[in-house]
Design a protein around this ligand. Sequence first.
Ligand SMILES: Cc1cc2nc3c(=O)[nH]c(=O)nc-3n(C[C@H](O)[C@H](O)[C@H](O)COP(=O)(O)O)c2cc1C
Length: 342
Amino acid sequence: MRQYKGLDPWSVTIDDFPPSDNATAQLRAAICWAVLAPSGHNTQPWLFRVADDVAEVRADRTKALPVVDPDDREMMMSCAAAVTNVELAMARFGRPVEVEWFPDPSDADLVAAVRAAGDAAPPPSDTAMFDAITVRQTNRSPFRPEAVPVEALEVLSAIAAARGVSLTVAVDEQKGPIADLIAEGDRVQMADKSFRRELAAWVHQNRTHHLDGIRGYAFNYGDLASHVGPHLIRSFDMGKSQAARDRQLATESPALLVIGTPGDTAMDWVNSGQALQRILLRMTADGMAASFLNQPIEVPTLREQLALLLNDGSVPQLLLRAGYPTARQPHTPRIKASERLL
Ligand SMILES: Cc1cc2nc3c(=O)[nH]c(=O)nc-3n(C[C@H](O)[C@H](O)[C@H](O)COP(=O)(O)O)c2cc1C
């Protein structure tokens, strides 16, 4: 497999999937796509164990973000996004899987057991999502002003509904108040030294050897800015300028989307993560891009205010901006699948 020869994990291709029908080898190969999933601060908080026809996906709590994600809520979403990539990869090669979430009640780190379950041709829509795995990226640049077609948003809502979660599309009158909450979230988070210290530890300069964390270019920093960025984040409260930038991004976004759930349990989190990844891949396949503005969900008092504002009875889990991209950045790095296999 090419990834075992030290090439960039993003360069995985369909030729890396073993032609035989050996489920163990196929599940191991599918993990090469799993590690391309998004994760909070790009911590890549997943570990895998493959035996016979089952791949276990485990949460790596050593990658926790105790300040921004004290309950490991977003960590569970990231692991669920990785599981989704395993599902899509196996399906792409005619090997559908069955996923059992939290199969061992005494082991909360065991997020999913993914079992190879027979042979079947993949649905075409899943193949398009699979193809988008190596293209998808979080795009924090402004988007083109054109609207996202209603039909495209309906497709995304149906994807969410199939995972038992809701996708609320903010109407124009809601965008300003949501942007205010995002700006307030920036001010609250950046005023908190622990938040800044945690973020700074995961933001790296453009030319770094780190294979996790976020390189400056993902925030559109040049080399010099990426060099000083982590020091500035750690040392200064830049909440005001961040708030102004994010308010503008939010109000000018063609679409603001909130993924919400009926409750706030670990199952709600993994359902959100599955829906998130399929929504991001569908958007990528359709030429769209997204980035996250989760600040008002990460600050508990603001999360309540956001729920009141949306007034649809759901618990907000993720806030995305979506539209058509003006530019792409290189991918954020990934640790090779072989190094995340137990
Ligand atoms: C659950 C979750 C929460 C995230 N929250 C944020 C966020 O609040 N702000 C942000 O800029 N990016 C956020 N991200 C995006 C990650 O930073 C991004 O996925 C990671 O850096 C890897 O980059 P990529 O998505 O381009 O592959 C989040 C991702 C996930 C999965």
